[in-house]
Design a protein around this ligand. Structure first.
Ligand code: BES
Ligand code: MN
Ligand code: ZN
Length: 496
């Protein structure tokens, strides 16, 4: 498991034994300091084997030399950094993931010298993060060990010029790694194990880190008038919950920032039931909520200097005799009414009440919601970008920049009166489905009616949160998407 990996640091020196990782550019020369640590013989060996194996030091490529005599090691792993352009755009987390995927011995020493690059302690920390994320596996429910699968080393040692600084940065990044891992775990958990109440308990566990957590049960929600959210959960035997997490790391009285997550622990579609094929994936319909919990974990563990609210709506969407019907009209906490056209468009109903509640009670500086909201976003953006909808250009721009920096990329999609028109209802203030065309925009248009002009962004993560493309730092089903993005956003702009 990712959490049991130990990452250490020491000053550069002679390295012997285990797997040794070195980096080269396209000239195949490692940084000058490497010769000092491993000896000129090792450098010559790299050049020789590279020419035999036709290894060119290209970015994302690696050459494995088994049982080299100089240095005396199990394997010497030569990782390419490519040309100048590749190095300028280097993603350190992906590089860490690549390294973790290549090594196999018990111990690994990473000679952290990079030709043409001088990484900051944060870059090294990103590499360590990549190692941890690469090694993530969800095997809690496998009763037999998979013998075909190599476990990989449990200890990584970085030989770096400033071990103390790197160690400090990695400690900060550890909370982030655990936050992503936590989000992944929540998404992977089967829906029988993780109902609304159990999910709320996982949020409650953040109190250990100094997060204040409050759980609203159905009675409390009735009182508040959250009938849109309650309507979604009324066909399930399991009660709905809202969990509110507060991290007060900023100045007392400073306006908080707020993150809101869709937490549909299982989405059968309800009476508008989904087809059977692939329905098991709908255990992941709480990935937005999982991201918010993972983010709160990350922020609290590094004692982020900001006041942050996390709020998640937890429901199960099931068909039964008491389930919500198409044709029903619900009154939301805001007082606005919604006609239910399709009970499978349930996420927006949950978010409508949670968004309203958060802006009403906390008056936040901004709200960002994350939701596996529409299949239509996969049609538009595949699984490479999350859909970004926003009423605030600055917030949208900051999210886009954080996306570029972390590789969790977003693409802005339109809101506007055309889409509002598509959800006009014959009988109520709006309807919960605007049909097939522009499905992601009409969903976002409904959400916008509940943000009351607070700067707001909505991230549709139906494509990126689960079953998303495999990368060097993601080899599982759930990606934990959004935790790194939002941690970065907070770090870059909202900490005093
Ligand atoms: N949870 C789904 C969206 C989804 C689809 C998430 C695929 C992840 C992967 C959502 O609740 C839903 O069912 N949306 C409907 C909306 C429609 C009925 C207006 C959809 O996208 O088809
Ligand atoms: Mn649905
Ligand atoms: Zn859903």
């Amino acid at each position: 498991m990712a959490d049991t990996i130990k990452i250490d640091f020491h000053a550069p020196g002679a390295v012997d034994g285990g797997d040794i990782v070195v980096f080269v550019d396209e000239t195949l020369k490692p940084a000058p300091a490497v010769a000092k640590q491993l000896g000129q013989k090792a450098v010559d060996l790299v050049a020789k084997v590279a020419s035999i194996e036709n290894f060119k030091g290209k970015a994302k490529s690696a050459l494995v030399i088994a049982a080299p005599t100089a240095p005396a090691a199990d394997r010497l792993i030569v990782v390419g950094l490519g040309g100048e352009k590749d190095r300028a755009g280097l993603d350190w987390a992906q590089l860490g993931g690549l390294v973790a995927g290549k090594v196999s011995g018990k111990a690994t020493t990473i000679v952290a010298e990079f030709p043409g690059l001088s990484p900051s302690p944060e870059n090294i920390a990103d590499m360590a993060l990549g190692i941890r994320l690469r090694r993530y596996a969800f095997d809690r429910y496998k009763t037999k060990k998979d013998d075909g699968k190599a476990e990989g080393p449990s200890r990584f040692v970085f030989a770096v010029s400033d071990p103390a600084a790197a160690k400090k940065a990695v400690k900060v990044a550890d909370g982030l790694a655990t936050g992503v891992t936590l989000a992944r775990d929540l998404v992977n958990e089967p829906p029988n194990v993780l109902g609304p109440e159990e999910f709320a308990a996982r949020a409650q566990a953040l109190t250990k880190l100094g997060v204040e957590v409050e759980i609203l049960d159905e009675k409390a929600m009735q009182k508040l008038g959250m009938r849109a959210l309650l309507g979604v959960g009324q066909g399930s035997t399991r009660g709905s919950r809202v969990a509110i997490m507060r991290w007060n790391g900023g100045k007392a009285g400073d306006q908080p920032i707020a993150f809101i997550g869709k937490g549909v622990v299982f989405d059968s579609g309800g009476i508008s039931i989904k087809p059977g094929g692939g329905m098991e994936d709908m255990k992941g319909d709480m990935a937005g909520a999982a991201c918010v919990v993972g983010l709160m974990h990350a922020l609290a563990s590094r004692k982020a200097k900001a006041n942050v609210i996390g709020a998640i709506g937890l429901v199960e969407n099931m068909p039964d005799g008491s389930a919500q019907r198409p044709g029903d009209i619900v009154t939301t906490m805001s007082g606005q009414t919604i006609e239910i056209i399709n009970t499978d468009a349930e996420g927006r109903l949950v978010l409508a009440d949670v968004l309203w509640y958060v802006q009403d009670r906390f008056k936040p500086k901004f709200m960002i919601d994350l939701a596996t909201l529409t299949g239509a976003i996969l049609v538009a953006l595949a699984q490479e970008y999350a859909g970004l909808f926003s009423n605030d250009d600055e917030l949208a721009q900051r999210l886009a920049a954080a996306g570029q920096a972390t590789g969790e990329r977003v693409w802005r999609m339109p809101l506007g009166p055309e889409f509002d028109k598509m959800i006009e209802s014959k009988f109520a203030d709006m309807k919960n489905s605007g049909g097939r065309q522009g499905g992601s925009s009409t969903a976002a248009a409904l959400l916008q009616k509940f943000v009351n002009d607070v700067p707001w962004a909505h991230l549709d993560i139906a494509g990126t949160a689960m079953g998303s493309p495999q990368t060097e730092i993601n080899k599982g089903w759930s990606s934990g998407w959004g935790v790194r993005l939002l941690d970065r956003l907070v770090r870059d702009h909202y900490e005093r």
